[in-house]
Write a protein that binds this ligand. Structure first.
Ligand code: ASP
Ligand code: MG
Length: 409
C-alpha cells in the first residue's frame, strides 16, 4: 500500500515553504499551527487505543516541531524537499498504527530505504528492486506493507520527490519491482473521464484504455494521473486500475496493453502553452532549417510539444517558457519570430483516431472558434488542436457534442 499525504497537506506544506522562502516566518508559523491542529483532530478520532495514540501523537509532535524549526533555517531546495516530504511520512506512520489497532499485521517500509532516482531523474530500477526485496526480507512476513508515495532519494542520497501527484508513480514503480499482477490507484473520481468534468457536463468514466492512450491523457491534463505513472506499468506490462474510494463498486478505468474500440475516446486540455512562429525566406527549398531550429531549443533545454510547418514557416509550441528570451534572440539571427501566449492544447485521444470514419466530425469545431494549429497524423492515438485559452471551454464543449453526443444518439 503506497500512501499519499492526507488531502490538502502537500499544498499546505508548499505554502509554508514559500512563506519561509519569502522571510515570512510569522505566516509560516501560523500555517504550521493550523495544520498541526487539523492532524490532532483527525487522529484523536482515528486512533483510540491509548498506547498507539501516544505513539502517533509523539510522532506528529516531532514532525511539527521540525517544521517550526524550519522557519529559522535558510531556505534551500533541500529544505523545500524536506518540508514537502512530511505529509507522506505522517500519513504512513499513523495509517500503519491504525492498521495495528484493527489487528492487521502491517509493516511500514520507509520509502527512503529503497526509492531512488538517478542523475537523469529516472527511477533507479535495479537499486529499487534489490533494496525493496532486502527490507521486505529483513522485516519478515506481513499482511500489508505500507510505504510513502512521492518521496525518494536522489542520486546524491538527498531527499527529493517524484513531483506533485507522484504517489501514483511510486505505485507503478513498486508494482514493476515486485512484478505485481495489477496496480490499483484509489482516488476520488470514478476513473479517467472522456472530457474535463470541470468544464463539460455529462462526462463519463472510460472503462478501458491502452497504456498509450492513458499516457497521452495524463500528459495533456487529465488530472487524475501523474503523467509518468503509466511508463513503469507499460514496460512491465502490469495493468493499472483506477478506482474511486467514494464509490468502490463503480468499475473505474482499466489501463492495459489491450486496445478496445476505435475512434476518439477522450478529450483533454493543457493550458499555459506558448506558440512560436518562425518565418524565414531561407527555409524555402532549403534543407537543414528545422535542424537549426531544433538545436536552439535543445541548447536551452526546452522541449517542443506540437509542430506544424509550411514552406516558409514553422510553428511550434512549448509549455515551459523560462528560456524563451534567449531562444528568441538566437532565432532572430536568421528568421522573424512571432509569439502567442496563453494558448491551450486540446488533445483528442483514442485508437486509430486518424483513420476512423467519424473523426472528420471534430473539424466542425472550426465553425465555433479559430484554431491556431492542428497536429494530425503524428500517431495513431492522438490529434491535437491549439486554441486561445479564452476559447478553450467553448472548444471542449463543441468537440464534446460533435464527437460524443453524435455517438450516443
Ligand atoms: N502528496 C503529493 C502531492 O500532493 C503526492 C501525491 O499526492 O501523489 O503532490
Ligand atoms: Mg495527491
Amino acid at each position: 500500500m503506497v500512501l499519499s499525504a492526507m488531502s490538502g497537506t502537500t499544498n499546505a506544506l508548499v505554502e509554508i515553504s514559500d512563506f519561509i522562502k519569502n522571510n515570512k516566518s510569522t505566516e509560516a508559523l501560523i500555517n504550521i499551527e493550523l495544520l498541526h491542529k487539523k492532524y490532532c483532530l483527525v487522529l484523536d478520532e482515528l486512533i483510540e487505543e491509548p498506547s498507539l495514540k501516544k505513539d502517533v501523537f509523539d510522532y506528529v509532535n516531532t514532525v511539527f516541531a521540525f517544521l517550526k524549526a524550519c522557519t529559522f533555517k535558510k531556505h534551500t531546495e533541500l529544505l523545500y524537499n524536506q518540508i514537502v516530504s512530511q505529509g507522506e511520512l505522517l500519513s504512513t506512520y499513523f495509517f500503519t498504527k491504525y492498521l495495528h489497532q484493527e489487528n492487521v499485521n502491517a509493516q511500514l517500509l520507509p520509502a527512503l530505504d529503497f526509492m531512488r532516482i538517478d542523475k537523469m531523474n529516472e527511477p533507479d530500477d535495479f537499486y529499487i528492486q534489490q533494496n525493496l526485496q532486502r527490507i521486505i526480507n529483513e522485516g519478515g512476513p506481513a499482511e500489508i506493507y505500507v510505504t510513502q508515495g512521492f518521496i525518494c532519494l536522489n542520486a546524491f542520497g538527498k531527499i527529493e520527490n517524484l513531483q506533485r501527484g507522484g504517489s501514483d508513480y511510486t505505485a507503478t514503480i513498486i508494482g514493476a519491482a515486485v512484478k505485481a499482477e495489477e496496480v490499483q490507484i484509489w482516488t476520488d473520481i470514478d476513473g479517467m473521464h472522456n472530457n474535463d468534468p470541470r468544464f463539460v457536463e455529462n462526462t463519463y468514466a472510460i472503462s478501458n484504455l491502452s497504456f498509450d492512450e492513458a499516457a497521452e491523457l495524463a500528459y495533456f491534463g487529465a488530472k487524475i494521473l501523474h503523467p509518468q505513472t503509466v511508463m513503469p506499468a507499460l514496460k512491465a506490462n502490469i495493468p493499472v486500475r483506477l478506482k474511486n474510494t467514494l464509490d468502490p463498486k463503480s468499475y473505474g478505468t482499466l489501463i492495459s496493453k489491450d486496445f478496445k474500440g476505435e475512434g476518439i475516446k477522450a478529450i483533454a486540455a493543457k493550458d499555459g502553452i506558448t506558440a512560436i512562429k518562425i518565418k524565414s525566406a531561407r527555409m524555402l527549398l532549403a534543407h537543414g532549417f528545422l535542424k537549426k531550429v531544433f538545436e536552439i531549443f535543445e541548447k536551452h533545454e526546452t522541449s517542443i510539444d506540437m509542430i506544424t510547418t509550411s514552406e516558409v514557416a514553422v510553428s511550434l509550441t512549448i509549455d515551459n517558457d523560462s528560456n524563451l528570451p534567449a531562444i528568441i534572440e538566437e532565432l532572430e539571427k536568421f528568421s522573424t519570430v512571432e509569439i502567442d501566449n496563453q494558448q491551450s492544447i486540446i488533445c483528442l485521444v483514442g485508437h486509430l483516431v486518424v483513420r476512423h470514419h467519424e473523426t472528420h466530425r471534430l473539424f466542425q469545431v472550426l465553425q465555433d472558434i479559430s484554431v491556431r494549429m492542428i497536429s494530425y497524423g503524428g500517431s495513431n492515438n492522438n490529434i491535437s488542436l491549439l486554441v486561445n485559452t479564452n476559447d478553450k471551454i467553448t472548444a471542449l464543449k463543441s468537440l464534446n457534442s460533435y464527437v460524443f453526443d453524435y455517438e450516443t444518439t
